[in-house]
Design a protein around this ligand. Structure first.
Ligand code: ZN
Length: 188
């Protein structure tokens, strides 16, 4: 009997802990990352596809390095309204802010502008019998998606991005408020 209670309590504790940690960590941050992955280092990353394949999940590798496209309407980021920053899932480069995100209905996360001109690289893409502009990560040159000129103001652009190559981090406003409150308390 006692053992059952101990077991039940430990299971509850485990679930509780899992919940706490599960909230801040997105699915993709649990994945193995390349040693070059950094959200602060902006030095260009050059690595062969052979080496990328060793550190990336098959889904990320397929899109990022083989210029694949994830199935439409499958990304958890397509309809997300959370405030924060989207990073390259391959190298950690900051790509898009949530305030440039909008609902295009095209089936992939869509943005009207990148964080800055250097955060991405654009190149002509004439594959699959179409004339499109490919969008790549400005740091590691991973394929992200395409940009089209049917977006909303102020840019009129639609950056149509595969969610699988994005890492999202929520803005830390709530945490800032919390630590500011703690400071005020300790000061009194
Ligand atoms: Zn990158």
């Amino acid at each position: 009997m006692k053992n059952t209670v101990v077991l039940a309590v430990s299971v509850m504790l485990m679930l509780l802990l899992q919940n706490c940690y599960g909230q801040s960590a997105s699915k993709q941050t649990d994945q193995k990352k390349a040693t070059e992955y950094s959200r602060t280092d902006s030095a260009p990353v050059n690595k062969s596809n052979q080496d990328w394949q060793k550190v990336l999940s098959p889904e990320v590798y397929e899109v990022a390095r083989l210029k694949g496209t994830e199935r439409p309407f499958t990304s958890e980021y397509e309809h997300s309204k959370e405030i924060g920053t989207f990073y390259c899932a391959v190298c950690g480069n900051a790509l898009f802010k949530s305030d440039a995100k909008y609902e295009s209905g095209c089936g992939w996360p869509s943005f009207f502008e990148p964080i800055n001109k250097k955060s991405i690289i654009e190149a002509k893409d004439n594959s699959h019998g179409m004339q499109r502009i490919e969008v790549m990560c400005g740091r590691c040159k991973s394929h992200l998606g395409h940009v089209f000129d049917d977006g909303p103001p102020p840019t009129g652009l639609r950056y149509c991005i595969n969610g699988v190559v994005l890492d999202f981090e929520k803005a830390k406003t709530a945490e800032k408020k919390y630590s500011a409150g703690k400071k005020a308390n300790s000061g009194s």
